[in-house]
Design a protein around this ligand. Structure first.
Ligand code: PLP
Length: 222
């Protein structure tokens, strides 16, 4: 795998305002270092303890993003330094992030993960649960988290029209909830969607953060 070359290819495809999260889960610190030396600074991980170990081993100016299902009892491992949690999939988890962020004396940026795929197994709020949670106003009590947008994963299929429709649906929901609950909040601006096989469709639908792993680092062994 020529990590630097792969990165350059993806960077060249990103329109202004779209950032790359290089998904380094299950790849060793050495692979991250190689990407770092090529100039990549945002990395995404999906296991709290793996993220903690890499955070300790790697340069301090890396922006670490958490993208996987996060168990509430693991929040404490990442709250002191994580830059953005993409995968808030329940009110309970958001409340725990708030608690741990308060303990760490910081505010943590978070995205609500919305279930847009046909698969049953993906985590996240349904669009209606997302609307209901925002309408409940509960999140306004949380002083140590800041909601910055939405995240979603499309169905894992070769039917790119299906994928595009799902991304467009998430983008529409993003604009709806921004207008309703965050009209004066310039930080509510992130739409995290797109992986190795569908990031072009995601960008076309308005993604601001693409999460690309295997296309940069090669296949994962897990
Ligand atoms: C693993 C993962 C990715 C990256 O997937 P690739 O297909 O390797 O690009 C993106 N987002 C999430 C939530 C993931 O778990």
């Amino acid at each position: 795998m020529d990590i630097a070359k792969n990165l350059q290819q993806v960077w060249a495809e990103l329109p202004q305002g779209v950032r790359l999260v290089a998904v380094s889960k299950f790849h060793p610190a050495e692979a991250i270092r190689e990407a770092y030396q090529a100039g990549q600074r945002i990395f995404g991980e999906s296991k709290a303890q793996e993220l903690q170990a890499k955070h300790e081993a790697l340069p301090g100016d890396i922006e670490w993003h958490f993208i996987g299902h996060l168990q509430t009892n693991k929040v404490k491992y990442i709250a002191p330094y994580v830059t953005l949690i993409h995968s808030i999939d329940s009110p309970h988890l958001l409340a725990e992030v708030d608690r741990q962020a308060a303990k760490a004396g910081r505010t943590v940026d978070c995205l609500l993960q919305v279930h847009i795929a046909r698969e049953e197994t993906k985590f996240g709020f349904t669009p209606d649960e997302c609307r209901q949670y925002l309408a409940s106003g509960q999140w306004r009590q949380l002083e140590h988290v800041r909601l910055c947008g939405l995240m979603g994963m499309a169905t894992n299929t070769d039917d790119m029209q299906q994928v595009q429709a799902e991304f467009q649906g998430l983008a529409a929901l993003f604009h709806e909830v921004k207008a309703e609950w965050f009209p004066q909040a310039p930080w509510f601006k992130e739409l995290s969607m797109g992986m190795s096989h569908d990031y072009h469709e995601a960008i076309a639908a308005g993604s601001t953060l693409v999460r690309v792993g295997s296309h940069i680092f090669g296949e994962r062994n897990y």
